[in-house]
Design a protein around this ligand. Structure first.
Ligand code: TYM
Length: 335
């Protein structure tokens, strides 16, 4: 953040470095980040502490953390204009999360649908971190006095809890946190799985169900060709009855191929094969420059490490201010 821009509203968002970053993450989140950097002071975080809530192979987590930082930049986020950094490099996130845990109720955390989903899927590892995940997310956001949080629709409930926690804390101790607003552009709020189009596209599902940002053209063509559609043989936008076809139309539209309505008109009388091929080719064309830039950046790990180091220091300077205020308000004896 430059000196003359410090009065601009603040944006915070994060992505977990778990598995491959998907087209859902791109359309639902990263793509919107790029549009915001000119009007806001933005922090984009690689939330590696969050990724520990499911079992990770340490070497993979390390690699995916650096890859996600490179992807942020490759997608067009300028690390000089935005703060792109890694959550564990700014320990204030974990410190504030502890405090907020003491102002969050078990009942609230138990109602989180992501907790219910994830604990159903990882029955052998329902750990306390998975349960308190939303308080760490609230800490991420509240540490920076964030005004706006761009996320996909699946994060809305977590964001509402962050607001509740902030309001509760402000109510008890006088104004401390800015109350963050969600920013969820409707048209791109949710990209669905290619194999189960009623579910969101997720990096934790089977590989054929999602497009990874780093997928090669052949894999992208194969996955779209196998995408589940229906037997209507009619290209309509009807998410309830034709979720697979509607998902492909939404993806095309989100990638700049016109409104859903104009796409439906253009596909009149055409088959699903054509819709799938057009979607695949559009995605390949869109991802090609991102992948090329990613490859280039990954060859320069020294540069990436330097960016992460400098940006963590910028983030920490701000985080420290909020945390000191919080410690003081709750009555921790400060030296
Ligand atoms: P994560 O890592 O699951 O996803 C990162 C971002 O991508 C969006 N997203 C999607 N959008 C549309 N369609 C999809 N299929 C899709 N899948 C994922 C998510 O909504 C998210 O915006 N808890 C967060 C990470 C986080 C965070 C934060 C976000 C931690 N702290 C603070 C914002 C602010 C998560 O698991 O996102």
């Amino acid at each position: 953040m430059s000196e003359q821009t410090t009065k601009r509203p603040i944006i915070f968002s994060g992505i977990q470095p778990s598995g491959s970053i998907t087209l859902g993450n791109y359309i639902g989140a990263i793509r919107n980040f790029v549009l915001l950097e000119k009007d806001y002071d933005c922090l984009f975080c690689v939330v590696d502490l969050h990724a520990l809530t499911t079992r990770r192979i340490p070497a993979d987590l390390r690699r995916q953390t650096l890859e996600l930082a490179a992807l942020y930049i490759a997608c067009g986020l300028d690390p000089k204009k935005n703060i792109i950094y890694c959550q564990s490099h700014v320990p204030e996130h974990a410190e504030l999360a502890w405090i907020l845990n003491c102002y969050t109720y078990m009942g609230e955390l138990g109602r989180m649908t992501q907790f219910k989903d994830k604990s159903a899927r990882h029955k052998d590892n329902i750990n306390a971190g998975l349960f308190t995940y939303p308080t760490l997310m609230a800490a991420d956001i509240l540490l920076y006095q964030t005004n706006l949080v761009p996320v996909g629709a699946d994060q809305k409930q977590h964001l509402e809890l962050s607001r509740d926690i902030a309001e509760r804390f402000n109510g008890l101790y006088s104004d401390t946190f800015v109350i963050p607003e969600p920013y969820i552009p409707k048209a791109t709020a949710k990209v669905y799985s290619l194999t189960e189009p009623e579910r969101k596209m997720s990096k934790s599902d089977a590989e054929d169900s999602y497009i990874a940002l780093l997928d090669k053209p052949d894999a992208i063509r194969r996955k779209f060709r196998r995408a589940v559609t229906d037997s209507e043989a009619n290209i309509c936008f009807d998410p309830e009855h034709q979720p697979g076809v509607s998902n492909l139309l939404s993806i095309l539209s989100a990638l700049g191929e016109g409104s859903v309505q104009s796409l439906v008109e253009g596909f009149e009388g055409k088959g699903y094969g054509e819709l799938k091929d057009r979607t695949a080719e559009t995605v390949i064309t869109k991802l090609q420059p991102i992948q090329a830039e990613f490859e280039r950046l990954m060859k320069d790990k020294t540069y990436l490490a330097q960016v992460l180091k400098e940006n963590a220091a910028r983030a920490q300077a701000q985080a420290r201010r909020t945390l000191r205020k919080v410690y003081k308000k709750v009555g921790l004896y400060q030296l």
